[in-house]
Design a binder for this molecule. Structure first.
Ligand SMILES: NC(=O)c1ccc[n+]([C@@H]2O[C@H](COP(=O)([O-])OP(=O)(O)OC[C@H]3O[C@@H](n4cnc5c(N)ncnc54)[C@H](O)[C@@H]3O)[C@@H](O)[C@H]2O)c1
Length: 267
């Protein structure tokens, strides 16, 4: 445990996916503020490199398409080559494809499940292989998976997205069981944000207009505001929850779904 403050993450090394912008970028920033070094990964090379440059020696960028297993092998190897260890993998990258069941193509459904579901399977697989005893990092660690409030509560117009995030929720609990029972020293938890106005959050508001659920973007935002007891959240609300789960303060927490949604699922 950290000698100073168990809520800090001093000395730890993290790999964060989808970290060029949005919740992932804020997570990288808060992990670094807490004393960690971060491998920022994304498909967006220019944005990711520019973000990593802001943090100097505490960060580095690596292009990782989370749906590609070879990229996972290369990225976990890069974390160790660059920083000498790996303690935390945040499976944050994601995509939101809206549509009613009656209208959505099976190709879009499969794409949604691949980018949000298969990606997390691959992330868990390679995090375990790297961090478990005998792995190239080998000292155990933490996996945090981004699910959603929509992985708990069904949302009209987001059927495929809900299915993908529900998969992440239970994959997390299965992995937590497996890691504990096989004595890997790896904790696995999921985080469930409510609506955050990142690029994805704004797309969701616009999709609800396109689907005819609300007349315009202002009405969409008002409806979501009303549905969240504390109003809409900010990326930092999620990033600090992730940092907590990564810290030694959470050392007795595994298999948990951490709902950070301003009361959306409680309303
Ligand atoms: N914003 C919200 O309201 C909200 C709510 C609940 C859950 N979430 C979840 O939080 C996570 C982050 O969302 P965000 O709002 O920051 O979204 P965002 O769209 O702003 O950022 C997502 C990032 O993932 C990257 N990405 C997409 N596909 C990828 C791939 N195949 N490989 C690597 N990177 C890829 C994108 O380039 C982007 O940088 C997602 O998993 C999302 O589903 C978001």
């Amino acid at each position: 445990m950290s000698t100073t403050d168990p809520f800090r993450v001093d000395g730890k090394v993290a790999l964060v996916t989808g970290a060029a912008r949005g919740i992932g970028a804020e997570t990288a920033e808060q992990l670094i503020a807490g004393g960690a070094r971060v491998l920022i990964t994304d498909l967006l090379v220019d944005e990711g490199q520019a973000l990593a440059a802001k943090f100097g020696a505490a960060a580095s960028f690596f292009r990782l398409d989370v749906t590609q297993e070879a990229d996972w092998q290369a990225a976990t190897a890069e974390a160790i080559a660059r920083f000498g260890r790996l303690d935390l993998v945040v499976n944050n990258a994601g995509l939101e494809l809206a549509g009613f069941f009656a209208d959505m193509s099976v190709d879009d459904y499969r794409r949604q499940m691949e980018v949000n579901g298969t990606s997390v399977f691959l992330g868990i697989k390679h995090a375990i292989r790297t961090m478990r005893p005998g792995g190239t990092a080998g000292r155990g660690g933490v996996i945090v998976n981004l699910s959603s409030a929509a992985g708990i509560k069904g949302v009209a117009g987001l059927g495929a997205y809900c299915a993908s995030k529900g998969a992440v929720r239970l994959m997390t609990k299965a992995a937590a069981n497996e890691c504990a029972r096989l004595h890997y020293g790896i904790r696995v938890n999921s985080v469930h944000p409510g609506l955050i106005k990142t690029e994805m959050g704004v797309k969701t508001l616009r999709d609800f207009v396109k689907l005819g659920i609300v007349p315009d973007e202002a009405a969409a935002e008002a409806a979501f505001e009303a549905g969240h007891l504390l109003g809409l959240g900010r990326p930092i609300d999620i990033a600090l929850a992730i940092r907590y789960l990564a810290s030694d303060a959470a050392q007795w927490i595994t298999g948990m779904e951490m709902v950070v949604d301003g009361g959306y699922t409680a309303a």
